[in-house]
Design a protein around this ligand. Structure first.
Ligand code: SF4
Length: 369
């Protein structure tokens, strides 16, 4: 049994109709319930819920503070490589983009770590493209072994791996694996991913199951907002989280809301998601699922990030670079996508403090494992 069997029981158009036919009365009933279900999530992401955004924001804030306190965990992404064998029409690292390719050597990783540590970070997210001939399990293991004394929390966002490879990474102390389905619309997925291993929709859809079976502590999911109707895609993402939480109940889960951002040679969004839509989605996730960690990256604007971290987010990045070697050599031409909030780590740290929240550098110690 895996999520694929659950996924196949649902029809995209039927879910879409259910979302768009939601009434105000259904939204009010969902908001009034103590324990929320996936049906309530559908109501809360519907257009009918938009007039209730203020009430949703209040509920979301209260639930977040009750479960997580007034804290925001900080992490830094470190891009190890922009090599990629896939064509993804929305990504700056796509195989058909004529950019200079780079994979960090141990010496360059050391330089990056030095700069990131100097900013205060203790949680690192290692990111690579999908190029098994260069960035494979051996490269990941070597890189993790090299940096594991420098960070108490190491997360990865790399190509989907086999279960036994995730087990090897769990043994090395990898805390979280992030894998985004991009879109749950199977036919549209194939248009955005015409070439490479990533064009296999089912293999990607099955990946969180392999991570769960391998016993990784946390799984991060999300869709790339802008590829398809964000409401329907978000329902399927919530369905996926719901299944995983019931199946791998010892694992923690997080969700992110990456919106399609400009990068060299990439497409424009097919579906526009406004800031207020993103706030609605964030609040809907929190009201539906109190335990879910919610991450807001530097893809979003200063104005949006200044507000949403108080409404339900639990994790933020700051001062991020999306190109390999970006922290220590500052080569902007290789970036995966354009950063929107370019403020420094120190500025974000003080923003969080001044709002009465605690910025958290370290929320996990290997000794607990
Ligand atoms: S999204 Fe990932 S797999 Fe696709 S081109 Fe970019 S780095 Fe490669």
């Amino acid at each position: 049994m895996s999520f694929i069997q659950i996924y196949e029981q649902y029809d995209w158009e039927e879910i879409k109709n259910t979302i768009y036919e939601t009434t105000s009365k259904q939204v009010e009933q969902s908001l009034a319930k103590n324990k929320k279900t996936l049906t309530d999530f559908i109501h809360l992401i519907s257009p009918a819920a938009m007039p209730y955004l203020e009430e949703m924001a209040q509920q979301s804030q209260q639930l977040t503070q009750k479960r997580f306190g007034k804290t925001i965990s900080l992490y830094a992404p470190m891009y190890l490589s922009n090599e990629c064998n896939n064509i993804c029409t929305y990504c700056g690292f796509s195989l058909d983009n004529n950019i200079r390719r780079k994979t960090l050597s141990p010496k360059e990783i050391e330089q990056e770590v030095k700069v990131i540590k100097a900013q205060g970070y203790d949680h690192i997210l290692l990111v690579t493209g999908e190029a098994n001939h260069v960035v494979n399990i051996n490269y990941f293991k070597q890189s993790i072994e090299q940096i594991q004394q420098s960070f108490s929390t190491i997360s990865i966002e790399v190509q989907p791996l086999k279960q036994d490879e995730y087990e090897q990474l769990a043994d090395l102390g990898v805390y979280a694996v992030l894998v985004y389905q991009e879109t749950y619309h199977k036919e549209v997925y194939k248009q955005y991913h015409p070439k490479g291993k990533k064009s296999n929709f089912e293999y990607r859809l099955d990946t969180p199951d392999r991570i769960g079976r391998a016993g990784i502590h946390k799984i991060g999911l999300g869709v790339l907002l802008g590829l398809e109707d964000w409401r329907v895609d978000s329902f399927f993402n919530a369905l996926h989280i719901d299944y995983l939480q019931k199946t791998y109940w010892q694992t923690k889960y997080s969700v992110s809301f990456p919106r399609l951002r400009p990068a060299e040679g990439v497409i424009e969004p097919n579906f526009i998601m406004e800031d207020r839509d993103l706030i609605q989605l964030l609040c809907a996730y929190r009201i539906w699922n109190e335990d879910l960690e919610i991450s807001i990256s530097t893809r979003e604007s200063e104005i949006l990030r200044n507000n949403v971290f108080k409404l339900g987010a639990t994790t933020m990045s700051a001062g991020s670079k999306t190109n390999p070697g970006g922290y220590s050599v500052a080569e902007d031409s290789l970036e995966q996508f354009e950063i929107c909030d370019t403020r420094s780590t120190s500025e974000i740290y003080h923003l969080i403090k001044e709002a009465g929240y605690d910025p958290v550098w370290k929320d996990w110690d290997k000794a607990y494992q």
